[in-house]
Design a protein around this ligand. Structure first.
Ligand SMILES: Cc1cc2c(cc1C)N(C[C@H](O)[C@H](O)[C@H](O)COP(=O)(O)O)c1[nH]c(=O)[nH]c(=O)c1N2
Length: 221
């Protein structure tokens, strides 16, 4: 089966719009749960991601139970407090003022894990770079993040969690690697710039500062 080579102009613009206007969302979640068919659409988008050797190593855990969301929020408070203490005095207060999760507001969470030892794909592409299983899982997360933006659903990645504690709360088997914990929920609006930029924590780097051609200019070894 093949599909037409070219996107129409509006289709192309819609793709770039989703990429441009995707945001990490930590606030403004509406309490409306995601309908099952919409959640399914997001998960199908994730499940369409590229993966090393067609391994599809991602596994999704949908968390809706308020008691579990609360327990994860408690883990966040603990990890965030430790993170705050680790900053030097001049950054500590600024860090404390940041909003870095919407765990209690978002009506559902999604934990994405990677089955790094899955035999699917027969190891193709992983012999020299076994970490590509996790990279594939991150591709799935990004697909979901973009699809969510197109659906008017905010997604916020929360990594300020101790993975050992998260494993206990969610009863994640040891052979699965925790990759991401996301808050998901409808929002009315999306900010035009990253929260961390608006709050003066960090600035986006111009593309040209990240762009190199042919080599990095360091002598060959
Ligand atoms: C792997 C990873 C982990 C995290 C994040 C992202 C990614 C990719 N981000 C979101 C991050 O702060 C955000 O993407 C950048 O600030 C850029 O903003 P936009 O995503 O463009 O809105 C994030 N945000 C947050 O508030 N708490 C967190 O724990 C994390 N953790």
């Amino acid at each position: 089966m093949q599909t037409p080579q070219v996107f129409t102009e509006p289709e192309r613009e819609a793709v770039y719009r989703a990429i441009r206007e995707r945001r990490d969302v930590r606030r403004g979640f509406l309490p409306t749960p995601l309908p099952d068919d919409i959640l399914r659409r997001l998960l199908e988008a994730a499940h369409s991601a590229p993966s090393v050797g067609l391994m599809q190593p991602w596994r999704f855990l949908v968390v809706r139970e308020p008691a579990i969301r609360q327990a994860v929020h408690d883990l966040f408070l603990e990890a965030n407090n430790e993170a705050q203490q680790a900053f030097a005095a001049d950054r500590r207060d600024q860090y404390a003022a940041l909003k870095l999760e919407g765990l209690l507001e978002a009506p559902q969470h999604l934990c994405i894990v990677c089955d790094c030892d899955s035999p699917q794909g027969h190891g193709l592409g992983r012999r020299t770079m076994p970490e590509t299983a996790v990279y594939s899982t991150v591709c799935a997360i990004q697909n979901l993040w973009l699809a969510a933006r197109a659906e008017g659903i905010g997604a916020g990645w929360v990594s300020i969690l101790d993975p050992r504690n998260l494993r206990n709360v969610l009863r994640i088997p040891e052979h699965l690697t925790i990759v991401a914990y996301l808050c998901l929920g409808y929002v009315d609006t999306f900010a035009t710039e990253p929260d961390l930029e608006r709050q003066g924590w960090e600035q986006r780097t111009p593309l040209d500062d990240c762009l190199h051609f042919d080599h990095f200019g360091v002598p060959e070894e």
